[in-house]
Design a protein around this ligand. Structure first.
Ligand code: GRF
Length: 204
C-alpha cells in the first residue's frame, strides 16, 4: 500500500479550490491527509470551511512582516511544522522568493486562471478578452522562481463566447478549476508525476 501523503494548502481568500481538493480527497478516499490550511490573510473566507472540517489552520499574514524574505521565512517554518509531502497554492496571492520556491522544488503546485504561458499575472480574464482569444482556461503547474511559469501538470479549456464579460468568463473557468486542481493533486499523491527536462511526465 502507498504511504499516506501529507498536504498543506495555502490560501489568501475564498478558498474554493482548496474546498474542492479537500472534498475530493474525502469522497475519493485518497491516500492523503490535508495536514493544514495556511492563510496569508487572517480574515480569509476559506479558513472557516477548514475549521469546520476539523483541519488545522494557521495564519501567516504578510502585513506582519517588513519584507518578502522575512514573510517567506515565517511561512516556511509554519509549513514545515506539518512536514508536508506537497504544498498546494490555491488562490494564494503572494509572490514567493527564490529560496522559498527552491526549498519546495518538485513538491509545490499552483493553479493559474489562464492557459499558460499566455496571460501570467493578474486580471487574466480581462487579458484574455482584450487579446480576443477564442479559448481560455486554467493551468496547474509546479512552482518555479519565475512567476506563473514552471512545468505544466494539466490544463482545462473553456470557449470564449461572443458576449462574455470578465465575470462570466471567470465563473466558467472556476468551474473547470474545481475539476482540474483536485485531479492534478491526486496524480501527485498517486506518485504519477515526474519532471524531466522541465516537462511533466504523467505515468498511468
Ligand atoms: C482562482 O481563480 C485561482 O486560479 C486564482 O485565484 C482564484 C482563487 O479562488 N489563483 P479560490 O480562493 O480558490 O476560490
Amino acid at each position: 500500500m502507498r504511504a499516506m501523503r501529507s498536504i498543506v494548502i495555502l490560501i489568501s481568500g475564498r478558498g474554493s479550490n482548496m474546498q474542492a481538493i479537500v472534498r475530493a480527497a474525502q469522497t475519493e478516499q485518497w491516500s492523503a491527509r490535508i495536514a493544514a490550511i495556511i492563510s496569508s490573510k487572517a480574515d480569509a473566507e476559506g479558513l472557516k470551511f477548514a475549521a469546520a472540517q476539523g483541519i488545522p489552520t494557521a495564519v501567516v499574514a504578510n502585513k506582519d512582516y517588513p519584507d518578502r524574505a522575512q514573510f517567506d521565512a515565517a511561512l516556511r517554518i509554519a509549513i514545515d511544522g506539518f512536514s508536508p509531502d506537497l504544498v498546494v497554492l490555491a488562490g494564494f496571492m503572494r509572490i514567493l522568493t527564490a529560496p522559498f520556491v527552491e526549498h519546495y522544488a518538485g513538491r509545490m503546485l499552483n493553479i493559474h486562471p489562464s492557459l499558460l504561458p499566455s496571460f501570467p499575472g493578474m486580471a487574466t480574464h480581462r487579458q484574455a478578452l482584450e487579446a480576443g482569444v477564442k479559448v481560455h482556461g486554467a493551468t496547474v503547474h509546479f512552482v518555479t522562481a519565475k512567476l506563473d511559469h514552471g512545468p505544466i501538470v494539466a490544463q482545462a479549456t473553456v470557449p470564449v463566447l461572443e458576449n462574455d464579460t470578465e465575470q462570466s468568463l471567470e465563473q466558467r473557468v472556476l468551474i473547470e478549476e474545481h475539476q482540474l486542481y483536485p485531479r492534478a493533486v491526486r496524480w501527485f499523491v498517486e506518485d504519477r508525476l515526474s519532471i524531466e527536462d522541465g516537462r511533466v511526465r504523467n505515468s498511468a
